[in-house]
Design a protein around this ligand. Structure first.
Ligand SMILES: *Cc1c(COP(=O)(O)O)cnc(C)c1O
Length: 220
């Protein structure tokens, strides 16, 4: 069930410049439609199959974000409609997104996921790998993608200092790249960081896109 009060509370406390992605993974289309009718138009899913099924059933003016890990062989299923891919973590994947976007006559916006957490299991580039990627000539040839920023997930911990230092470092890196980048297909506008448990810290550190699931939709 949707917690409308919690949703409104988030909206009324975050700055206007921060976009809210309602993370609806595992939740039924009825819940999404309910929130949509309360004017939420941006939803995030982490699985391609679930995203496609929900896209088919729901209003076509919803902006769908893929927030989870994306396998290259699944890009083709979402390329016609996805608004933003948050978790791009290889050049191979960028090339595949470019290819499928081309087929669909689109330019698909992508965020590069940076691995900022201490946990081993999370996907993403290191800071160095992103520097190398953005310096490679191959990137500028991809005319059907636009790299619009970065995404990161902090360590799952109750220690706010750790979360804050991870988010701060990512924000600093984002700010520097935003100023330095001159590639035609890179135009940084989005720093996606912050989830239910850490979005307030993330915003303090400079996030302008938060991804909130359980606070709005209930636990999974
Ligand atoms: C599930 C998920 C979220 C939302 O997490 P909550 O703690 O439920 O707010 C945000 N980002 C990603 C990448 C996720 O997979």
């Amino acid at each position: 069930m949707v917690n409308l009060e919690a949703y409104r509370d988030i909206l009324s406390t975050i700055p206007k410049s921060v976009a809210l992605v309602a993370v609806s993974k595992t939740k039924p289309v009825e819940d999404i439609l309910f929130l949509y009718q309360h004017n939420q138009k941006v939803f995030g899913e982490n699985k391609v199959q679930e995203l496609c099924a929900k896209y088919e059933q729901l209003p076509k003016d919803i902006e769908w974000h893929l927030i989870g890990h994306l396998q290259t062989n699944k890009v083709k299923y979402i390329a016609s409609f996805v608004s933003l891919i948050h978790a791009v973590d290889s050049l191979k994947l960028l090339k595949e997104i470019n290819k499928e976007a081309h087929k669909n006559n689109r330019i698909i916006s992508c965020l590069l996921q940076i691995h900022i957490a201490q946990e081993e299991t999370k996907f993403g580039f290191s800071y160095n790998e992103v520097e190398e990627l953005l310096a490679s000539s191959e990137i500028s040839e991809l005319q059907h993608i636009k790299i619009t920023g970065l995404m990161g997930m902090a360590t799952l911990t109750s220690n706010k200092q750790i979360i804050m230092s991870e988010f701060n470092e990512l924000a600093k890196f984002y700010d520097r790249l935003k100023l330095q980048l001159t590639l035609p297909n890179c135009n940084f506008s989005t720093l996606s960081m912050g989830m239910s448990n850490d979005y307030k810290i993330a915003i303090d550190c400079g996030s302008n896109m938060i991804r909130i699931g359980s606070t709005i939709f209930g636990s999974r």
